[in-house]
Design a protein around this ligand. Structure first.
Ligand SMILES: Cc1ncc(COP(=O)(O)O)c(C=O)c1O
Length: 404
C-alpha cells in the first residue's frame, strides 16, 4: 500500500489566499449588487508594456518559421536574457555577478519553494515573522520544521525573527544560529526596506556563522530611497553567503506571463561542494526552461523603451501606494510601508484581530485586503493593502474606508 508524504498533512489549514477567495466569493454571492474592490492579493492589473508586447509578437512569429523556431531552451536560460540581466541588474550596480551565475526560471515562487531542496533536511531555517508563506510551507513539506503548535501558530524547528513596529519592521539577528536565513526586501507583506548598512550586518553575520541567506528581491523595482540596496550583492562578501531570487512579475507585470531568475554565485560553497553545481543539477534534471517567447519578452524589459515604460508602470502603482497611505493616515490609521514597496501595512483599529478587520472591511466598505495574521503570529493586529489595483479602484476604496 502506498504512503503519502505525511509532511503535507502537517500543513495547517488552507493556503491564505484560497481562504480569502472563498470568503469573498461567498460575500459576492450573497450580495450581488455590491461592487467589491480587491486590494488583497499581490497581483498586478496594468497590461504588459508595449515594448514587451512587441517582443512577444516578434518571438511568436519566429516560432512559426523553421529557420527561427526554438525548441528546448538552454538549461540556465538563453544567453541574450542572462547577459541583459547580468549587465542591467548587476554590473550597472557594481555587483560582481556573471551571466553564468544566473538561472532563468518561470518565477520566484517556484524558485523560493524549490531552493531548499539542495540543503540538508537537518538545516535550521530562520524566517521573518510575518513572512511570505511559501518559505515556511515548502520547508514543512520537506520535513524540516518540526512540530506545529496551533496555539502559537509556530513550528518547533523554525527560528522566527519578529518584524514589528519597534524594530521598524526589519528583523534583528537571531539569538539561535540558523543555517538558512530567508530575507525579503523590499518586504512582502509589511512593505519595509532594509538599508545597505543593515544588510551588510546580515551578510557579515552569515559569513561568520556559515549560514546561507536566501534573499528574495522580487520587489526591487519599487525602491525609491538611495540608501536601499537593489541586490544583496551590493554588500561586500555576499558572494560567499547569498542566493538571490528575482521575479519579472512585479517590475514588468509578468504574473501571468511567468519569468524569474535565481542567482547562485560560484563562490558559495559548503566545504568543497558548490551550491551553483547543485542548483544547476536540480535545474537541469527537473526543469525544462521558461518559453523562448517569454525570455524574449524578458529581454525587452531591459531595452531603453521597456525601461522607460516600466518606470511609468511602477510609478503608477507607487502613486496608488501614496493614495492608500495618505488616505489611511487621514482616517486615523497607523500605517507602515508604501515607500519602497507596493504594500501598505496598517494597524487594525481598536482591538480588532486581523480576520475581524478583514470581515469588517469586506462587509462595510466592500474592500478586500489581507489579514496580517495569515503571514505569521507577529502579523496579528495588522492588515495588508496592495497598490496593485487600478488608480480608480484605489481612490474609490479609500473613499469608502474614510467613510467608515
Ligand atoms: C516575496 C515574494 N516572492 C516571490 C513571489 C512570487 O513571484 P513570481 O510571480 O515570480 O512567482 C511573490 C509574489 O507575490 C512574493 O511576494
Amino acid at each position: 500500500m502506498f504512503k503519502v508524504n505525511d509532511n503535507y498533512l502537517k500543513l495547517p489549514g488552507s493556503y491564505l489566499f484560497s481562504t480569502i477567495g472563498k470568503k469573498v466569493k461567498a460575500y459576492e454571492a450573497a450580495h450581488p449588487d455590491k461592487k467589491v474592490i480587491r486590494l488583497g492579493i499581490g497581483d498586478v492589473t496594468q497590461p504588459l508594456a508595449p515594448a514587451i508586447i512587441e517582443a512577444l509578437h516578434k518571438a511568436v512569429d519566429e516560432m512559426g518559421k523553421a529557420e527561427t523556431f526554438h525548441g528546448y531552451a538552454p538549461d540556465l536560460g538563453y544567453e541574450f536574457l542572462r547577459n541583459a540581466i547580468a549587465k542591467n541588474d548587476y554590473a550597472d550596480r557594481g555587483c560582481p555577478i556573471g551571466p553564468d551565475e544566473i538561472f532563468v526560471s518561470d518565477g520566484a515562487k517556484c524558485d523560493s519553494g524549490n531552493i531548499q531542496e539542495i540543503f540538508s533536511t537537518d538545516n535550521k531555517i530562520a524566517v521573518c515573522d510575518p513572512v511570505y508563506p511559501v518559505y515556511v510551507d515548502t520547508n514543512v513539506m520537506a520535513g524540516r520544521t518540526g512540530v506545529y503548535d496551533p496555539s502559537t501558530e509556530t513550528w518547533s524547528d523554525v527560528i522566527y525573527m519578529p518584524c514589528t513596529a519597534e524594530n521598524h519592521f526589519v528583523p534583528e539577528l537571531p539569538k539561535e544560529t540558523p543555517d538558512l536565513i530567508y530575507l525579503c526586501f523590499p518586504n512582502n507583506p509589511v512593505g519595509s526596506a532594509i538599508t545597505k548598512d543593515q544588510l551588510q550586518v546580515w551578510v557579515d553575520y552569515a559569513n561568520k556563522v556559515g549560514a546561507v541567506i536566501i534573499y528574495d528581491a522580487a520587489y526591487e523595482a519599487y525602491i525609491s530611497e538611495e540608501n536601499v540596496p537593489h541586490s544583496i550583492y551590493e554588500c561586500q562578501g555576499a558572494r560567499t553567503c547569498a542566493i538571490e531570487l528575482r521575479s519579472f512579475s512585479k517590475n514588468a507585470g509578468f504574473t501571468g506571463t511567468r519569468l524569474g531568475f535565481t542567482v547562485v554565485p560560484k563562490d558559495l560553497k559548503s566545504g568543497d561542494v558548490s551550491l551553483h553545481a547543485l542548483w544547476a543539477r536540480r535545474h537541469g534534471t527537473k526543469y525544462n526552461g521558461a518559453p523562448y517567447i517569454v525570455q524574449r519578452a524578458g529581454e525587452a524589459v531591459y531595452s531603453p523603451e521597456g525601461k522607460e515604460q516600466l518606470k511609468k508602470q511602477v510609478a503608477y502603482y507607487m502613486n496608488n501606494a501614496r493614495v492608500i497611505k495618505d488616505g489611511l493616515k487621514e482616517a486615523g490609521y497607523t500605517v507602515a510601508g508604501g515607500v519602497n514597496a507596493p504594500y501598505i501595512w496598517l494597524k487594525t483599529p481598536g482591538r480588532m484581530t486581523s480576520w475581524e478587520f478583514f470581515d469588517y472591511l469586506l462587509e462595510n466598505a466592500n474592500v478586500v485586503g489581507t489579514p496580517g495574521s495569515g503571514f505569521g503570529p507577529s502579523g496579528e493586529g495588522y492588515f495588508r493593502l496592495t497598490a496593485f489595483g487600478s488608480y480608480e479602484n484605489t481612490v474609490a476604496a479609500l473613499e469608502r474606508i474614510r467613510k467608515l
